[in-house]
Design a protein around this ligand. Structure first.
Ligand SMILES: [Zn+2]
Length: 230
């Protein structure tokens, strides 16, 4: 695996986390082969749990079997590794180093507009965590530089979300998914300083990342993961 992480989470004892980077051409590996490869690489730390992501806000509690529908998850047991698959959408990893709980979310524009990251924070707080203890890593995603969107997307965010859009060179709006999720996290009670970031643009860096917008329907997916090792 080729992965990147954030230094603050590397410091948390017993935590494993990472944002996968692409290994090679998308056609070199099927989705299932990629999942099996990442799960195999992590097997000494725990069991990788994946979801059937649908751009919604449902939060699953680990463990589960198979790939139930959901776009966020929470785990309080060691050995439960939460995986999120993306190719432009923002993967969000949430860690409570005090209570040793984790959460993760898949935040594209639909999930972001619907507040999926706020739902993930609520789920981990419902397990006993305090928002003030949480650390977050925002992974690589399509940047505001490249994320041109239509009026339907602006409409989904409503007037309160207007600050997350900027005018693009072609006269259409660009969405800053990263800023929108950061704002949701702060509104949920997290400190700005607790939100760490790998602000790479997936569209801009074809050698490192898959991008649905750039590569089309056949785009590969990167798996991001977080959990406490067994
Ligand atoms: Zn870009």
């Amino acid at each position: 695996m080729r992965i990147v992480g954030v230094p603050r989470l590397v410091e948390v004892p017993g935590l494993v986390h990472g944002f996968e980077q692409r290994l090679g051409p998308a056609h070199g590996e099927t989705r299932d082969e990629g999942r099996a490869r990442v799960a195999g690489a992590l097997v000494s730390s725990g069991r990788l749990r994946l979801l059937r992501q649908v751009h919604g806000t449902q939060v699953r509690q680990a463990p589960w079997e198979g790939t139930p529908e959901g776009d966020a998850a929470v785990a309080t047991q060691a050995g439960e590794l939460l995986g999120i698959e993306t190719a432009d959408c923002l993967p969000v990893l949430i860690v409570d180093p005090v209570r040793r709980a984790v959460a993760a979310a898949h935040a594209g524009w639909r999930g972001t507009a619907a507040g999926v990251v706020a739902r993930a924070v609520e789920a981990v707080v419902a397990q006993g965590s305090s928002p003030a203890d949480l650390l977050v890593a925002l992974g690589p995603s399509i940047g505001a530089c490249c994320y041109e969107v239509g009026p339907d997307v602006e409409g989904a965010f409503g007037p309160a979300g207007a600050r997350f859009f900027q005018a693009g060179a072609r006269g259409r709006a660009h969405l800053d998914v990263r800023a929108a999720n950061r704002a949701q996290l702060v509104a949920a009670g997290l400190a700005e300083a607790a939100i760490h970031d790998i602000p790479d643009c997936t569209y801009h860096l074809p050698d490192r990342y898959f991008s649905y917008r750039r590569d089309g329907r056949g785009a590969g997916r990167m798996i991001s993961y977080v959990g406490f090792r067994v």
